[in-house]
Design a protein around this ligand. Structure first.
Ligand SMILES: [Fe+2]
Length: 230
């Protein structure tokens, strides 16, 4: 664990939502009165609030709308979290530190670090996700399926690209957004993206995910128009 300077996430930062259709929506950021309360918003209270939201709302968009401001509140109040991360192996280029996960509960909280110059595979998450940037600068590139068809079960993994008779896994790039510290980007389950580190320092993100449906979680190959289970 390393300590770093507190980076303030305030209501002048930006929130985006990438939806299942590859649209980047700008989300309103409202001023949070919690800071005036003088209380620390602690991790255990955050987790309890998230549980309440997950019980109260079935709809992922509503969940994201409710959870986003709490992520910002948590990172501002319990800013020690911004220093909780694992240094990546230079060969691999990225690392994950899981801060919270338990069996039979649909929530994972982690910090993720990517080294400069690295980029992820193109992927969906097959669950809702929220990513708050704590350090560095990240380009989020958004993709969408060119057709509305989902990969047939087992199809993408069993057949070679040359075997393909349709283009159901064809994707196209539809947008990109640079994310700075204090910004939050969230995703519906079928949103497709990849990330690139554009800063000269590593990116550190605070990430939350629901329960991943691994039968629907893919990485995409935009050249061969294939999708593989992640
Ligand atoms: Fe992602």
């Amino acid at each position: 664990m390393k300590r770093q300077m507190k980076r303030q996430m305030n209501f002048e930062n930006n929130d985006w939502l990438v939806n299942d259709h590859g649209q980047l929506e700008v989300c309103p950021v409202v001023e949070d009165q919690w800071e005036n309360s003088g209380q620390t918003y602690r991790l255990y209270r955050f987790l309890t609030d998230i549980e309440d939201i997950l019980w109260r709302y079935d709809d992922d968009r509503q969940r994201l709308e409710q959870i986003r401001p709490l992520v910002r509140r948590l990172l501002n109040s319990s800013y020690w979290l911004q220093g909780e991360y694992k240094a990546p192996n230079p060969e691999r280029g990225w690392s994950v530190l899981t801060l919270y996960e338990e069996p039979d509960f649909p929530l994972t909280v982690q910090t993720v670090v990517w080294l400069p110059g690295r980029k992820s595979k193109i992927h969906n998450h097959a669950t809702w996700g929220i990513v708050a940037l704590v350090n560095g600068q990240e380009k989020n590139v958004v993709w969408r399926r060119s057709s509305n068809k989902s990969p047939k079960k087992g199809f993408a993994d069993e057949q070679k690209p040359s075997d393909r008779s349709d283009q159901s896994d064809r994707i196209e790039q539809v947008g990109e957004q640079i994310i700075n510290p204090g910004d939050i980007i969230s995703f519906t389950p079928e949103a497709i993206h990849h990330v690139e580190v554009v800063s000269e320092e590593p990116t550190i993100t605070f990430n939350l995910y629901g329960l991943t449906n691994y039968k629907q979680r893919y990485t995409f190959d935009p050249i061969n128009h294939t999708a593989k289970l992640f």
